[in-house]
Design a protein around this ligand. Structure first.
Ligand code: URQ
Ligand code: ZN
Ligand code: ZN
Length: 481
């Protein structure tokens, strides 16, 4: 028995065309003008709708233990919500405690994710360093399909990676044929500025952005990029939030360095005024790092996304309910950092990206799915509607509206940073590996149906990775004689 999706307009990152799609098992097996249904096939008439690759969210933290509590969406509730919003694959994070064996942490996260409703993969964070970490990175890379290693440059006295960890881990990632990813904020500066805020008697959420200004991110972004340059490893900056970080990425890319950047819808649309709201709960609900920025940065981020300086969108879905946020009622540095968004990303990016003319429908697919698949090396298995690819699809009604609200979202959290936002253009159906898992508000995905996605290593011996920019500059210029 197969699934036939008829009469739709197929939208990939590279082109759009009308056609029928036939899925059998977990794969797309045929794309053609007219496909006839066989007996017992399921048929969806997508007349007037678009059919796009299922969204890939490269940055989530389901049930993350963090700042003395645990994120309130677990791997089932959070991935159910993802499917409702058109995302069919997440890349979450294994975050070992300092001194914890990376393999032990990887096993712990695999067990948590057994209940996932979407396909899932893991970036593994390097939060400390010794030979055993290097060895574990090799096992994860060669045997478990981990081709990306994360580094938190923030969160001093917790999971912060100092320059020694960055240099060692970046070099190891490069030698393995993996990519380094970073949360780029200078954790020493944040710590000092937090103390200064508290010493001045600033204990409310308004202290959060004051203790992590854009310069704190710009410095770390530049430092991480330069370390990656000299270690000759590709680097991916998560939740790029400000002009300073965008400019560091743009400079490096213009210099031919392999640098990629991610942006969250929240940073594209919200500003730091939320932290000065008189309602403590409202302000605290927006505490995430890097913080939402002063007006002006948002436009710079949009332009960078349109220009291709930033390539992907993510959510950093890491949500905490008000009672959890109240851990920081008397001290903003104790407010668990994180916000939700896994259910809203595609809708928000379509409404504020495509409906405004900032992005074409094809660019929308690029920044919500295809680019992430390419950067993290699961394309064309994911990220494209093509024969042989996984049947991860959304049927998209560009006329259908939704008003985003905590009252109606499926995320397990009592707040929504896009509360009240009316968006036009939503998925009516979500299909994951050929299963119809969401239809018109009804999620039918079974707990644990998600599969772990291994991500192949890049070839470590490719010429492109053999010279860093200094060496490239020194190499003889071959003139066309
Ligand atoms: O920093 C992150 O990405 C995690 C801990 C989620 N929290 C956040 O504020 N971004
Ligand atoms: Zn982060
Ligand atoms: Zn994160």
């Amino acid at each position: 028995m197969g699934l036939l999706i008829k009469n739709g307009k197929i939208v990939n990152a590279d082109m759009s065309f009308h056609g029928d799609i036939y899925c059998e098992g977990e794969k797309i097996v045929a794309i053609a003008d007219q496909i006839s249904a066989k007996e017992n096939d399921d048929v969806i008439d997508a007349e007037g709708c678009l059919i796009m690759p299922g969204g890939i969210d490269p940055h989530t933290h389901m049930e993350l233990p963090f700042m003395g509590t645990v994120a309130s969406d677990d791997f089932y509730s959070g991935t159910r919500a993802a499917l409702a919003g058109g995302t069919t694959t997440i890349i979450d994070f294994v975050i070992p405690n300092p001194q914890q064996d990376l393999m032990e942490a990887f096993q712990q996260w695999q067990e948590k994710a057994e209940k996932a409703a979407t396909d899932f993969s893991f970036h593994v964070a390097v939060t400390w360093w010794d030979d055993s970490v290097s060895e574990a990175m090799g096992i994860l890379a060669k045997e478990h399909g981990v081709n990306s290693f994360k580094h938190f440059m923030a969160y001093k006295n917790a999971i912060m990676a100092d320059d020694e960890v960055l240099v060692n881990s970046f070099k190891r990632a490069r030698d393995l044929g993996a990519i380094a990813t970073v949360h780029a904020e200078n954790g020493e500066l944040v710590f000092r500025l937090q103390q200064e805020m508290l010493e001045q008697g600033i204990t409310g959420p308004e202290g959060h952005p004051l203790s992590r200004p854009p310069e704190v991110e710009g410095e770390a972004a530049n430092r991480a990029i330069e370390i990656a340059n000299l270690m000759n490893v590709p680097i991916y900056l998560v939740h790029t939030s400000c002009q300073q970080a965008v400019d560091a990425i743009a400079r490096a890319r213009a210099n031919g360095q392999r640098v990629y950047g991610e942006v969250l819808p929240g940073h594209l649309l919200l500003d730091d005024s939320v932290y000065r709201d008189p309602d403590w709960s409202f302000a605290a609900a927006h505490v995430m790092s890097p913080p939402f920025r002063p007006k002006g940065h948002q436009q710079h981020l949009w332009k960078a996304l349109q220009a291709g300086t930033l390539q992907t969108t993510a959510t950093d879905h890491c949500c905490f309910c008000d009672p959890q946020k109240r851990n920081g009622e008397d001290d903003f540095t104790q407010i668990p950092n994180g916000t939700a968004g896994v259910e809203d990303r595609m809708h928000v990016m379509w409404h504020h990206g495509v409906n405004t003319g900032r992005l074409t429908e094809n660019e929308f697919v690029a920044v919500t799915s295809a680019n992430t698949a390419k950067i993290f090396n699961v394309y064309p298995r994911k990220g494209v509607i093509r024969v042989g690819s996984d049947a991860d699809l959304v049927i998209w009604d560009s006329e259908k509206t939704r008003t985003i609200s905590k009252q109606t979202h499926h995320q397990n959290v009592d707040f929504n940073i896009f509360e009240g936002m009316e968006v036009k253009g939503v998925n009516t159906h979500t299909i994951s590996r050929g299963d119809l898992v969401y239809k018109e508000g009804n999620i039918t995905a079974e707990r644990g149906r998600g599969k772990y996605i291994k991500r192949p290593l890049y070839s470590a011996d490719s010429k492109a990775l053999q010279l860093n920019s200094a060496q490239r500059k020194a190499s003889p210029v071959i003139r066309n004689t």
